[in-house]
Design a protein around this ligand. Structure first.
Ligand code: SF4
Ligand code: FES
Length: 364
């Protein structure tokens, strides 16, 4: 029986494919990537978009992997537009020519979120594991030339966090309307590279100052969002604004997840949209109801005054670090497992960081 207090989802992350021309060490996609031959067809995706709109989804985020790797992306964007959804394209920019950007704008893309790895071309290419930096700059030009609003998104970590101001200068120069600097979250492949990616405490303190200076320098310019590193905080992030609260994710095979990283929770009874309607999965499935609200919480969250604000932190992080998705997020200073996070922090020294392992390509 559906809980009458559960609201319709606002947004859906549409992972069209796991294929990607980049090999980022912080990739939050699962260790096992979906093969091309297992991806849903255009017809199946069209039906999912229709179901999502009927369910109440108003924001559709086309993502991946690299969504441009799917030749049917323009058709699916057109379908989303016909349904009346706001369409966001989340892309590496590789392959986003001026013609493609114009076509996608005409079909219905409302906004583009473009990733950059660094301000320095050689380091950007090194972090991406591919020579893509120059193509990304061209893609940014293509987006603005097509009249689309642009968000530049940069994942921060030990190798690039010292260049925050140069990164912001570059993004402003590219015409970004919004700049998002997000410290790495350690999921999927990124967790494997955690020791190589974690910044030092001094780097983080310097980055906070750099963000402050960049905001002052570009006052009146693009919105600058900085997502803090929760391992270094005493309280966890309010992940996903609460489990099964506002967003859902559909993977390249049609698995429906309460958050993009939730396939890491191996105890979660994940359902697939090819076997059950999307609305039933949203309202009635065990996976979506498992950590909704506060009823599932144990102490210390159960009686904590902050439980309705941070929702007990992140379920995926709790599972990955403790093996129990219902545990308090170990990033919380009140968690009985906080020592797991402190141990990871203790490994971060001022000496050279370990080399990161680039992500390999999707198997054919
Ligand atoms: Fe949040 Fe739970 Fe920590 Fe309280 S104990 S601050 S609800 S994670
Ligand atoms: Fe899955 Fe936080 S990333 S709940």
């Amino acid at each position: 029986m559906a809980d009458p207090t559960v609201r319709a989802p606002l947004g859906m992350l549409i992972e069209l494919t796991h294929r990607c021309p980049l090999h980022c060490p912080y990739c939050s996609n699962p260790l096992e990537l979906v093969r091309r031959s297992e991806e849903l067809t255009r017809e199946q995706w069209s039906d999912i978009l229709t179901q999502a709109r009927e369910l109440g989804v108003v924001q559709m985020h086309f993502s991946g992997g690299e969504p441009l790797a799917r030749p049917d992306l323009p058709d699916l964007v057109g379908h989303a537009r016909q349904l009346g959804a706001y369409v966001n394209l989340v892309t590496s920019g590789v392959g986003l020519t001026a013609d493609r950007a114009r076509d996608l704008a005409e079909r219905g893309v409302d906004h583009v979120q473009l990733s950059l790895q660094d301000a320095d071309p050689a380091l950007g290419d090194e972090i991406a594991g591919a020579r893509v930096h120059a193509a990304k700059l061209k893609a940014a030009d293509a987006v603005t030339a097509a009249g689309l609003p642009l968000t530049v998104n940069v994942v921060l970590h030990r190798r690039n966090i010292d260049r925050v101001e140069r990164i912001v200068d570059l993004a402003v120069g590219l015409g970004a309307d919004r700049i998002e600097l997000a410290n790495t979250q350690y999921y999927g492949w990124g967790l494997r590279n955690r020791a190589a990616l974690m910044p030092t405490r001094d780097q983080l303190a310097a980055a906070h100052q750099a963000v402050r200076r960049a905001r002052a320098k570009h006052e009146g310019g693009p919105e600058l969002v900085y997502v803090a590193a929760d391992y270094y905080d005493d309280r966890p992030k309010p992940c996903m604004d609460g489990w099964g609260n506002t967003q859902l994710t559909v993977t390249p095979t049609g698995d429906v997840l309460p958050c993009p990283a939730a396939s890491a929770i191996t105890t979660l009874p994940v359902e697939n949209v090819l076997r059950r309607p999307l609305s039933e999965i949203w309202y009635d499935s065990k996976a979506f109801n498992a950590y909704r609200g506060t009823g599932w919480m144990r102490d210390p969250c159960r009686t904590c005054p902050e439980r309705n604000t941070d929702h007990g932190g992140c379920r995926c992080q709790a599972f990955q670090l403790t093996g129990d998705a219902a545990a308090t997020d170990p990033a919380c200073g009140l968690s009985p497992h906080r020592s797991l996070v402190d141990a990871a922090l203790a490994e971060v020294t001022d000496g050279p960081a370990p080399a990161f392992v680039l992500r390999g390509p999707v198997a054919p």
